[in-house]
Design a protein around this ligand. Structure first.
Ligand SMILES: Cc1ncc(COP(=O)(O)O)c(C=O)c1O
Length: 107
């Protein structure tokens, strides 16, 4: 029987460790941990990478989900279909904007 190997974050990190270390040290040395020019440059670069004129850098995936739902005016009275095979933050942020998460395994 074939098995799907578990996600190996350490192996994944090792492929980019030097770049991550350089970037983290640059942020620490700048003293600007919130917003600032490094975050702005990241947002611009990432926006270009994904082909978008608009890009907002977030401190977490949870905040990104919240902002995306707010940007779409999702709120009370709305239902958002999502997968049950995800992190709790997905349903949590749907609830946080006042909408109802609907867990579905079929599309
Ligand atoms: C699918 C998914 N969504 C959202 C999150 C939340 O991200 P964060 O921990 O950065 O808030 C996670 C975190 O593991 C996740 O796996």
């Amino acid at each position: 029987m074939n098995t799907i190997p578990p996600l190996d974050l350490t192996e994944q990190y090792c492929t980019i460790a030097a770049d991550v270390s350089t970037a983290v040290l640059e942020v620490l040395a700048s003293g600007q941990y919130i917003n600032g020019p490094i975050v702005e440059t990241f947002a611009q670069d990432f926006g270009r990478y994904i082909g978008s004129d608009e890009c907002v850098a977030c401190n977490s995936g949870t905040d990104a989900l919240y902002l995306a739902l707010r940007a779409l005016n999702i709120g009370p009275g709305d239902e958002v279909i999502t997968s049950p095979f995800t992190f709790i933050a997905t349903a949590e942020m749907i609830s946080a904007v006042g909408a109802t998460p609907v867990l579905s395994i079929s599309i």
